[in-house]
Design a protein around this ligand. Structure first.
Ligand code: SF4
Ligand code: SF4
Length: 361
């Protein structure tokens, strides 16, 4: 048995911003191919770590002046540097106590089902495919899943197993899922990323799941400020509901492929890097989805968008160069102004103007 206090102190000392510990059995209702209990069958506990996203990495997008800090610091930096370093440190403390630490950093596109829509089979990863086409000069397809994976023994699931990070964070007592499908925490609202350790250690104390005031106000700000209309209206009835040992999480059934196009390329009114003429011309219908000519949002339509637009902002950071930040900024703004988990954290609000900017074209 390990001390929960010892591990939490180690987590915070190493640089995590919050930490929650739960019996791994809370995940038993997850579908097999996304159930972390298969990762390490002897595991008894899971530890969730929160890494805050500094509000300031959104400032450039809020002002319309700088778009690089959010993808590089808040995606790349946390996923590739800050979180793995904490997992490594805390993992050592667990293993010094005689138990194993299965560290699990954020990753994507490695599961036997697509991390976009849960489907099996070929699900293209447009930005990687373009990179391969242009730089490697091959036509080898890249995907949002691993296509030919097989279970390595009977009664097992195919590698690499990916689980739903946000629900695992809920199970660890770290927060709740908002309408926009973002994880909201009492400390940082929608501004964080998470990572996990699974261990065969039991703990002297486990965290309960969050049971305070609902963290999502169901205000619909995220719906209104999404440039692609990807998030259904609050009263649309389009919801996804998950029950974790009696705690119900419910969020809007977001069109994930549509978001794939819009969060990177934002559209005519929110992407200052793409000239107006490119939107006007819509060569070969490549921008049909972004321009509302078609409603079909699938990997092939998204490939067309990425192929047409990626040259206008060619700074890869290993992560999509997010330009919209619409739902996250809307959520922070609303929770700061109307009350909720972002209230009174900052002396000045994120949004100092009445409305977010929109290009006039
Ligand atoms: S990330 Fe952007 S495009 Fe995606 S749902 Fe949020 S606001 Fe919409
Ligand atoms: S913007 Fe409002 S509705 Fe959307 S996730 Fe945040 S609190 Fe919930």
């Amino acid at each position: 048995m390990l001390s929960s206090k010892l591990i939490k102190e180690a987590a915070l000392a190493a640089g995590a911003d919050a930490c929650g510990i739960a019996p791994i059995a809370r995940m038993k209702g997850a579908p097999d191919e996304m159930n972390p209990m298969f990762l390490f069958p002897e595991a008894k506990s899971m530890i969730g770590f929160v890494f805050r996203i500094p509000r300031g990495v959104q400032r450039g997008i809020e002002e319309g002046t700088q778009f690089y800090q959010y993808p590089s610091m808040a995606y790349g930096g946390i996923n590739e540097i800050f979180a793995p370093a904490v997992l490594y440190s805390v993992g050592k403390v667990i293993e010094d106590g005689g138990y194993e630490a299965f560290v699990y950093r954020n990753t994507g596109a490695r599961g036997c089902v697509s991390d976009m829509d849960g489907s099996e089979g070929n699900t293209l990863s447009p930005e990687e495919q373009i990179e391969v086409n242009e730089n490697a000069k091959t036509s080898t397809a890249h995907h949002r899943n691993v296509q030919f994976t097989r279970a390595t023994r009977e009664d097992n699931v195919p590698p690499d197993l990916q689980f739903q990070f946000r629900l695992a964070a809920v199970a660890c007592g770290l927060g709740e899922i908002g309408w926009s499908k973002m994880l909201l925490t009492p400390e940082f609202g929608p501004l964080q990323r998470v990572a996990f350790i699974f261990t065969d250690a039991e703990f002297d104390e486990y965290d309960e799941m969050y049971n305070g005031e609902p963290l999502c106000r169901k205000c619909g700000a995220c719906v209104r400020e999404c440039p692609g209309g990807c998030i259904p209206a609050i009263n649309s009835g389009k919801t996804i509901t998950v029950d974790i040992e009696g705690k119900i999480s419910e969020w809007g059934d977001i069109d994930m492929w549509r978001c794939y196009a819009f969060y990177t390329h934002a559209g005519r009114y929110y992407n200052p890097f793409v000239p107006k003429e490119v939107w006007d011309k819509n060569e070969n219908g490549a921008l049909d989805l972004m321009e509302g000519v078609t409603d079909i949002a699938d990997e092939h339509e998204i490939m067309k968008v990425y192929t047409a637009l990626q040259k206008y902002f060619p700074s890869w950071v290993g992560y999509n160069m997010a330009k919209c930040g619409g739902c996250i900024r809307a959520c922070v703004s609303m929770l700061e102004k109307k009350g909720g988990c972002m209230e009174n954290r900052f002396k000045e609000p994120l949004r100092t103007r009445k409305k977010a900017w929109r290009l006039d074209r």
